[in-house]
Design a protein around this ligand. Structure first.
Ligand code: GDP
Ligand code: IMO
Ligand code: MG
Length: 441
């Protein structure tokens, strides 16, 4: 049962793709288990720079099986584009498998996504507009179309005809949108189905067999736990079912919870968020904001703009209250701390160690959005190191102040930091233990 889940411990974009790309060397199966192409994972390795939305970051290692699990919702056009892009750039997708159970993003989903945001006015979430949320609505509403439906022409036509009739009533009556035509969708989606057919498999059986054989399996999380539907900063969250937490990994790939042996929490050395919702440690102006957002302090070309939407990410100091909350929520056994290099130009660095709410000290996520919006972060200030760390490959290569910073985060989380990422490229990291906890000499 050597299954490890890699999750984001903040609001997404912690560097999960980069961490999976590194750790996939120790595994034979790498699987995405949730979300859709709202996710955007950046990988830089010997093949070049990639932004993946659906294909697992293990795809660059030709001997690994890469699975898109039952918990994913997928936009066939985007997936096929991604496969074509990888092939064109010399990355084989021969070992990619797509779950028959995965739900399909249909043309009405992005339309509804955008219309919902418009109608919500001040309640708008700032979604990625990819249709991911409405596809999960349909999954829960039991009107979703699954990959298996696309594999059976007659069945698909019957299902599409009935679903579209219902969806057109919703589109026109509720959202004031134009109705969609049956024929172009029928033709287009059957074509997508044919192109996907070679990849479609019973991924549940595959992963269960691999688990039984004792193969190392890596589950690649999407988003971050603070965006989790159940336990995040609701309602400013994503819609994944299963969710953006490690426990969802078992459901989203078809394994029992006892298979999961380790959970790697990926945390950025500071904090970012895209979309709306409270962010107590946010820095809204000045030198420090510019420095973090534009990625000026560390490795070049790593400014904080979304991979999926290109939106500027909000930036802030490391929030120890929320980080400890998500470490416990996920049962994190080891931490990958990313973008340490991005702090290199700061004279001093703040870390939030508690919140103040109505004169009281608070150490966990406040239960209501109103309370969350009212908290005042209590900061501790640590000295900066003012030195380039992108070439560090061992703990001893780091300046004392940087090591001190990492140790403080370790103390706050109560979990060891086994990987410190000091740049976006595969080998720009200090790794003291592998993904299964074995010490790396
Ligand atoms: P993900 O969604 O969690 O996979 O993260 P994203 O790829 O959306 O965002 C992470 C960003 O940080 C990308 O631009 C990465 O190339 C970059 N990145 C990852 N690790 C590091 C690091 O250690 N240092 C720097 N400077 N950039 C990093
Ligand atoms: P990765 O996997 C950062 C955010 C959106 C929005 C909210 C809901 O790259 O870390 P949605 O389109 O999911 O309904 O939008 O969730 N969001 C992300 N933010 N990284 C992501 O994924 C995200 N996926 C969704 O910005 O605030
Ligand atoms: Mg991302």
């Amino acid at each position: 049962m050597p299954v490890v889940v890699i999750i984001g411990g903040q609001w997404g974009d912690e560097g999960k793709g980069r961490v999976v790309d590194f750790h996939s060397q120790y595994c034979s199966v790498i699987a995405r288990y949730s979300a859709g192409n709202n996710a955007g994972h950046t990988i830089i390795n010997e093949h070049g720079k990639f932004g993946l939305h659906l294909v697992p970051a293990g795809i660059f290692r030709a001997d690994k099986a890469c699975l898109i699990g039952n918990g994913v919702v997928l936009d066939p056009a985007k997936l096929l584009e991604e496969i074509a892009m990888l092939t064109e750039r010399g990355v084989s997708t021969a070992r990619l498998m797509i779950s028959q159970h995965a739900h399909v993003i249909m043309p009405w989903h992005p339309i509804i996504d955008r219309a919902e945001e418009r109608l919500k006015g001040e309640l708008a979430i700032g979604t990625t507009g990819t249709g991911t949320g409405p596809a999960f609505h349909d999954k829960v509403g039991r009107v979703g179309i699954r990959v298996a439906d696309l594999m059976d022409r007659e069945h698909f036509e019957w299902k599409l005809r009935n679903t579209l009739e219902y969806k057109n009533r919703v589109l026109t009556g509720l959202y004031g949108e134009e109705p969609l035509e049956f024929e172009p969708i029928r033709r287009q989606y059957l074509e997508y189905g044919e192109k996907m057919r070679p990849y479609v498999a019973d991924t549940i059986a595959y992963v269960q067999d691999a688990d039984e054989r004792g193969e190392m399996i890596l589950l690649e999380g999407a988003q971050g736990s603070l965006l989790d539907l159940d336990t995040g900063t609701y309602p400013y969250v994503t819609s994944s079912v299963p969710a953006s937490v490690a426990a969802g990994g078992a459901i989203g790939i078809g394994l029992g919870p006892t298979s999961i042996q380790r959970v790697v929490g990926v945390y950025k050395s500071y904090q970012t968020r895209v979309g709306n919702g409270p962010m107590p440690t946010e820095i809204t102006s000045g030198f420090e904001m510019e420095m973090l957002r534009e990625g000026l302090g560390g490795a070049a070309g790593t400014a904080e703009y979304g991979v999926t939407t290109g939106r500027a990410r909000r930036v802030g100091w490391f929030d120890g209250v929320l980080a400890r909350y998500t470490a416990r929520l996920n049962g994190v056994t080891s931490v990958a701390l990313t973008r340490l290099d991005s702090l290199s130009a700061l004279d001093s660095i703040k870390v939030c160690v508690a919140y103040e709410l109505d004169g009281e000290r608070v150490h966990t996520l406040p239960p209501t959005l109103a309370d969350m919006s009212r908290v005042t972060p209590i900061f501790e200030e640590l000295p900066g190191w003012n030195q380039d760390v992108t070439e560090a490959r061992h703990l001893g290569d780091l300046p004392t102040q940087a090591r001190q910073y990492v140790r403080r985060i370790e103390q706050i989380l109560g979990v060891p930091v086994d990987m410190i990422s000091v740049g976006p490229e595969r080998h720009q990291a200090i790794v003291t233990r592998d993904v299964f906890g074995a010490v790396i000499p």
